[in-house]
Design a protein around this ligand. Structure first.
Ligand code: FAD
Length: 364
């Protein structure tokens, strides 16, 4: 396949879409990314980058830039009350390189900024909301709300859990609500009252089926706080400080004090949803990556990692295959088992009955 002549369009400029551009760019293949947002704002919270993902960054030549905005974490803890640590466990290595026994803690916005900074300006098109994809078999037409229409040999749908492309050209999927809401905010390290001092340990406090995550973000002098509690579904749920405090009343006094310090103007509440594993991710010229293909709950911290690794495997398959259709088949075959595994494991919520923080270890 003559990759230099391929017209590749990526819809969605989140972590999955930005990663796919860079995976292709590292192999000398151009792809254009179209994002509906007019500007890329600071959205999200802390995430943990895992060793197989670090390997992708090394291959794409962006490792040093990523390292500048991450901090290394060698283990995580699960804690009951304010201080009863009942699990303290090293992050799994997950690759053959045992010197890479860390997770890198980073704010989603810093990760996305770093990825975007490596995309050539003329390949990033903001303010382009896809409205329709017409699949013609060996090429696709893509239409945007601003009136533009383009043709592509390959459309990569990195358009998130509610992917309009998936629903138009593959199977319509309804996100599955877990029964939990996540309330997330950033606070200063000082406001975390020494519970997330800059030791780069992700700590998960649990009380029954509720949890509070504290993830230190060293370079920002901030802590990413996530309060995950059972709640009623809404795409944009609202919560008052009183309701938030009521939902964590079984936690230790220090955790309650920390959560009480959250400025409610800065809290983002989301329903935790995933997808059931799908049997088909691709047609002959349209494929899904990231949350569009295999959205998972945040419990294993793998959603962004899987989206990034999808880009690498897809780019590799495009280089090696004779046709796009063949490449998409190889990509799906390689990615489905691991993403299904993490979709399943991510449905386990942390509890004070847990024996491991990383049930994935049993599978590697
Ligand atoms: C608090 C929190 C913590 C998390 N922690 C972790 C972690 O530790 N580790 C981890 O791996 N993952 C984590 N995740 C999950 C991770 O953020 C997602 O799984 C990952 O970002 C998926 O990326 P994506 O690019 O597939 O989708 P998205 O990030 O949803 O991006 C989709 C993009 O497509 C665009 N789009 C949608 N529709 C259209 C359209 N019609 N036209 C054009 N553009 C469109 C959207 O605007 C968006 O920019 C966490 C998530 C949260 C919220």
């Amino acid at each position: 396949m003559k990759t230099s002549e391929l017209r590749i369009v990526i819809i969605g400029g989140g972590i999955g879409g930005a990663s796919a551009v860079l995976a292709l760019k590292s192999r000398g293949i151009r792809a254009d990314v179209y994002e509906q947002a007019p500007v890329l704002g600071e959205v999200g919270a802390g995430i943990g980058i895992r060793p197989p993902t670090v390997n992708c960054f090394k291959k794409w030549g962006i490792y040093e830039d990523i390292e500048r905005v991450t901090s290394r974490s060698d283990h995580m803890e699960i804690i009951a009350g304010d201080d009863q640590v009942f699990i303290k466990e090293a992050w799994p290595v997950l690759t053959d390189d045992t010197s890479e026994a860390y997770a890198r803690l980073i704010h989603r916005a810093d990760l996305l900024d770093t990825l975007i900074s490596h995309i050539p300006e003329d390949q990033l098109h903001l303010d382009h909301r896809l409205t329709e994809v017409i699949d013609h078999g060996d090429y696709a037409e893509v239409k945007f709300a601003n009136g533009k229409t383009i043709e592509a040999d390959l459309v990569i749908a990195a358009d998130g859990i509610r992917s309009p492309i998936r629903d138009q050209v593959l199977d319509k999927q309804e996100p599955v609500y877990s029964g939990y809401l996540a309330h997330r905010a950033l606070i200063s390290t000082e406001a975390a009252l020494g519970m997330a001092s800059q030791d780069n340990i992700l700590r998960i406090y649990v009380d029954g089926d509720s949890s509070v995550y504290l993830m230190p973000l060293e370079g920002r002098d901030q802590v990413s706080v996530d309060v995950t509690v059972p709640g009623k579904f809404a795409w944009r749920p609202e919560i008052t400080k009183e309701e938030l405090m009521e939902s964590i009343k079984g936690f230790g006094p220090t955790i309650q004090k920390i959560v009480n310090r959250i400025d409610m103007k800065n809290i983002v509440t989301r329903p935790l949803c995933d997808l059931e594993p799908m049997t088909k991710w691709s047609t002959k010229c349209v494929t899904l990556i990231g949350d569009a293909a295999h959205a998972m709950l945040h419990n294993q911290g793998q959603g962004a990692n899987m989206a990034i690794q999808d880009g690498e495997v897809l780019a590799e398959a495009i280089v090696e295959a004779e046709t796009i259709a063949e490449a998409l088949q190889v990509y799906e075959e390689k990615r489905k088992p691991i993403t299904k595994l993490y979709q399943d494991l991510s449905r386990l919520f942390p509890t004070d009955k847990a024996e491991t923080a990383f049930p994935e270890k049993a599978h590697f």
